[in-house]
Ligand binder design. Sequence first.
Ligand SMILES: Nc1ncnc2c1ncn2[C@@H]1O[C@H](COP(=O)(O)OP(=O)(O)OP(=O)(O)O)[C@@H](O)[C@H]1O
Ligand SMILES: [Mg+2]
Length: 388
Amino acid sequence: MTTVPETTQHPAATGSVEQRDICLERVHKRYGDHVVIGDLSLDIEQGKFYALLGPSGCGKTTTLRMIGGFELPTSGRVLLAGDDVTQLPPHKREVNTVFQSYALFPHLTVEKNVAFGLERRGVDKHETKKRAKEMLELVQLGHLAKRKPGQLSGGQAQRVALARALVNRPRALLLDEPLGALDLRLRRQLQDELKRIQRDIGITFVHVTHDQEEAMSMADTIAVMNKGAIEQAGSAEDLYERPESPFVANFLGTSNLIPVTVEQGGADEFSTVRTSDGHALRLLRNRMWNLKGEQPVAIGVRPEKVRLWGADQTPPEHDNVLPAKVLQATFLGVSLQYALKTAGGQELTVIEPNLVGNSKGTFGPGQDVQVSWDARQTFVVEGETAGA
Ligand SMILES: Nc1ncnc2c1ncn2[C@@H]1O[C@H](COP(=O)(O)OP(=O)(O)OP(=O)(O)O)[C@@H](O)[C@H]1O
Ligand SMILES: [Mg+2]
């Protein structure tokens, strides 16, 4: 175990209380003995696009269903716009949910499907028609208003489901893998459209997905879930540049994680860590605020931030440098991917862009090289890295 130097505060520790739209306070959910959600808290600001991202079975749908009122937490509170709604049924909450299977009424036209919720609530006929029309324009389906669901493509049907949820003017929209059934091209197209719609109407979206690219391209804030807990929440850039756990470091993109022991810092803004075979590496001290000193520590660097040098070359003076051997070099078109092993037995991946003149790669298997990267690009995580 390592000594942890004095740490700074979480850089993202902000957020004003008044703007909170959706709030889960220390929520637990158990089915019998099976703990599905353990002590989960989150705060979503009004008007934000918030993604819950995580692997299958981590508890995303369960979390969303507790916000929507379809599941009751075993303990903890659910607040919408500051009001405790923990015990309220779904129809008394100002949120609407779009599920993966969009379940439109097959015998009703598109416009009747959209108008259905308003009619049921007794909204006046003229107003209902006007709002349904507006919503169909918003999702760019005005021209298909008279069709039946059976005459629509998957993407069109999903947009009808969206219009049907939005027509009720909810405070927030909950989306559970709404694009999951669509092919990749349509998915990307609808991602752009969803983002545009969210910006246009300015309501809070909570979007569940297990697709990291989808979350990164759409969300203001991504909460990465693992085993019923949020491991880290932040912008796509925060999570990519400064992951705080081995899981996040490898769920969003891939990372080179190198186990180290922490040494006390010097006089400048850097701290020093040491690999198991004695190499000193540096990282910005303020990156270390998340260390609790209870678990093994590893530093990390993204594969595209590492450069390769011949054994006789001199990497930039202030870079972190490790000697390594090339195991494999793979041409991937846009890039070259190298698998390497350091002298200490650590496997590393390096990705070099395919620039003019190096499409065949400069280094081949068996060659002794050095890897280097800017110390400022180094992040640090705590926890077991095996299998992460
Ligand atoms: N009604 C239930 N009774 C018992 N266990 C349940 C129930 N609903 C969900 N679970 C369990 O809770 C865990 C989380 O389920 P959940 O549906 O929230 O996962 P998810 O993150 O949405 O996964 P996916 O990406 O596959 O949709 C799973 O292990 C699941 O088997
Ligand atoms: Mg789910």
